[in-house]
Every structure is written in C-alpha cells, then in structure tokens.
Design a protein around this ligand. Structure first.
Ligand code: NAD
Ligand code: MN
Length: 358
C-alpha cells in the first residue's frame, strides 16, 4: 500500500490545536479509504523552540523534511517574539528555499456559512486567488542603516524577475483553464508602480497567447477590493503579487464567512521539493489554548494536500464531509457565531467521513 510521509509542523498558538485536529481527520480518512496510509512526523519548531534554542527551527531543519511527500503547517507567531522573526525564521525559511512559488487560495461560501455580503449564498462567490510566493514585495531585499538617528534609512525592495512572473502567470492561466469558467483576472498596480507592474502586464499579455481558451482581464488592486465586495460573481481565478494577494486573500476569507475556514497551498509545482499546506490564519493569540479554534481551514488545506498527492477520491470525500459539517450549525465555532469547540467539529467531521457515501 502507498504510504505518504507528511511532515507536521504545528508551530505556535492555535496552529498546534488545528494541526492536531487535521491529523485526526486525515488519519480517519486514510483508514476509511483503505487505499493509502499517512505517516506523520512531528516537528516542534516555532516560538517555544526559539526560546530554548535561539532559532525557530534547527539549522538542518530543511534537510529533515526535504524528502517528505508534503508538509502540514499550522502557524508561526508567538506573543513574546517579534513577528518578523517568527515568520522569516520558520514559514518563509521553508517556502523560499523549497521554491514554493505558487500560493493557491480557494474561496467559497460553504454550506451553512453566512457571507457578510448580502445576496451571496454560494455560487456567486467561487474564487481561487493565486499569490506569487517567492519574490516581489516580500523578497527580503532591503536594509536599515543609521538606526535610531534622524538620518535613518529603511528599504524593502520589491524585486520581480521575468522568470518569476512568467512562471506564476503560466501557473495561473493553467489553473484558470482547468476551471469551468476559464476566466482569469490579473491584478496589478501598474499606474503607480511604473516598472515591475508594467512588466507584469506585458508578461500577462504574452502568456495569454499560450492559453487561447482562457478569457482574462486586468484590474488595479484598489479597484479589485471594490469588485470583490460589489460584484463577486464577476470573479473566478485571480493572480497577483505577494503583497497584493496577501491582502486580497484575507478579504476573500472574510467575505466567505471567516478567516478560520480559509485554506492555502504553497506549491512547488515542479515537485523538486515538498509543498506545504496550511490554514491562512495565524496563531490567534486572543483564543489560543481555549479549544475553540475553527479547524475547517486546516481540514480544507488537507483536501488540497490530498489533491496534490494525487488522492482525488480521498480529497473529494474529505471535502464532502467538511461541507456536511459546516451545513450543520451545531458544529459552528464562535468565529461563525456558534458554540462548538474544536473537538466537536473534529468529531463531527470524522463521523461524516465514515457516513459520507461518496
Ligand atoms: P490571526 O489570523 O492569528 O487572527 C486574526 C483574528 O481571526 C483573531 O481575532 C483570531 O481569533 C481570528 N481567527 C483566526 N483564525 C481563527 C480560527 N481558526 N478560528 C477562530 N478564529 C480565528 O492574525 P493576527 O492576529 O494578525 O496574527 C497573530 C499572529 O499570527 C502574529 O504573530 C502573526 O504574525 C501570525 N500569523 C502567522 C501566519 C502564518 O504563519 N501563516 C499567518 C497570519 C498571522
Ligand atoms: Mn497574510
């Protein structure tokens, strides 16, 4: 029987709670499917590790997970440690060297969930946002000099390469092509950012020629926020830079009902390195340790992981089980206005996995 090795990195805060729930769900699913096994290797990297060792993960950390089939990640972010240290020391320390350049964020209003947008109940909002995940505004290029003096200078250089933009654009067109509407919106800010964003527009036109069956349009990022709220049904697949898509996808998650539901995949499409799957939310200091974190974002990320591994049946069964659970308001956590706890949602999901006739 095929066995997949999964590196579990729960990280900090509610990351530990939702990844534990995700592992329970995946284990039940694999048992139900009976056609593959999952082996989880646990890595206790994150803020607590940092307090003991002065770094978020061991120096050879990446070597320890390089051969795994996939990574299931929770969240990096600790109340006692500055965010740029936790983020760059763990999440980005994996994403960037593993060249997980395509960050894919599906958004839908699941059954039973209420969107804050009136007139949106389901099919009106069905998007996938593709975020460039390796360069751009988060390339890490920049610096600070004369710290604390009035002459202090700080720069973050948004760095775009033709190769980087071409590959994300091609990925986004291919993804749009695989969806029923075959429609892509290319988001930039090419009026104000007159160098790199103009190159994005040019590369979009160039790559579009390879995908004649995909319709596409262009949108400035500020106007895109308005379109997402006012005319959500006019959007299908979206591609944007690291920063722009980071912001748009939190908005998308909120419009779909809660940040606690939204999943993401950090893909290395060439499969030279393992890809990483995680809920898009962070450590949620305000609710950590209380047992009320919504695990749905992690379950949905697990669906994306199974898809990536080629386990389409298992992915389909898990997604159906998720939808059965969200449809039942008894299993809504407080972020959705309910009273359920993480453990209640997980137990309901496992019941649905066993019951679902797919
Ligand atoms: P956050 O996502 O942790 O929380 C934002 C709000 O959403 C909070 O009110 C929280 O309670 C709520 N929320 C988030 N996920 C939820 C869930 N599953 N169930 C119920 N409610 C949920 O964002 P933040 O407060 O900006 O960041 C907190 C920490 O997490 C920071 O250190 C930040 O850097 C880190 N962070 C990490 C990642 C990551 O590792 N991918 C992503 C975002 C934030
Ligand atoms: Mn973000």
């Amino acid at each position: 029987m095929k066995t997949y090795a999964i590196a579990a990195i729960p990280g900090d805060g509610i990351g530990t709670e939702v990844v534990a729930a995700g592992i329970e769900a995946l284990t039940a699913l694999a048992k139900r499917q009976g056609s593959f096994e999952l082996r989880f290797d646990h890595f206790d990297w994150g803020g607590e590790y940092y307090k003991k060792h002065g770094r978020m993960m061991p120096e050879n950390g990446r070597d320890l997970i390089r051969k795994h089939d996939a990574i299931l990640f929770g969240s990096a972010g600790h109340p006692d440690i500055p965010d740029h240290i936790t983020l760059w020391g763990l999440r980005l320390a994996i994403c960037q060297p593993f060249d997980q350049y395509a960050n894919v964020r599906p958004t839908r209003v699941l059954p039973g969930i209420t969107s804050p947008l009136r007139n949106v109940a389901g099919p009106e909002l069905d998007w996938v946002i593709v975020r460039e995940n390796s360069e751009g505004e988060y390339s890490g290029v920049g610096g600070r000099v004369h710290q604390g003096s009035p002459l202090e200078v700080a720069t973050d250089v948004a760095m775009f390469t033709r190769a980087g933009v071409e590959r994300i654009m091609r990925f986004a067109f291919r993804l749009a092509q695989s969806r029923p509407r075959k429609f892509l919106t290319v988001v930039t800010k090419s009026n104000a950012q007159r160098h790199a964003m103009v190159m994005w527009d040019e590369i979009a036109t160039q790559i579009a020629a390879e995908f004649k069956d995909v319709t596409w349009d262009k949108m400035l990022v500020d106007a895109m926020t308005m379109r997402m709220v006012m005319r959500p049904e006019t959007i299908d697949t979206v591609v944007a830079t690291n920063l722009h898509a980071d912001v748009l996808s939190d908005l998308a998650a909120a419009l779909a009902g809660s940040l606690g539901i939204a999943p993401t995949a950090n893909l290395n499409p060439e499969r030279t390195f393992p890809s990483m799957f995680e809920p898009i939310h962070g450590s949620a200091f305000d609710i950590m340790g209380k047992g009320v974190a919504n695990p749905i974002g992690t379950f949905w990320s697990a669906v994306m992981m199974l898809d990536h591994l080629g386990e389409k049946d298992g992915a389909g069964r898990l997604m159906k089980a998720i939808e059965r659970v969200t449809a039942d308001k008894r299993f809504h956590t407080p972020d959705l206005g309910g009273k359920a706890r993480t453990a209640d949602v997980t137990a309901a999901l496992i019941d649905a996995i066993h019951g679902a006739n797919t």
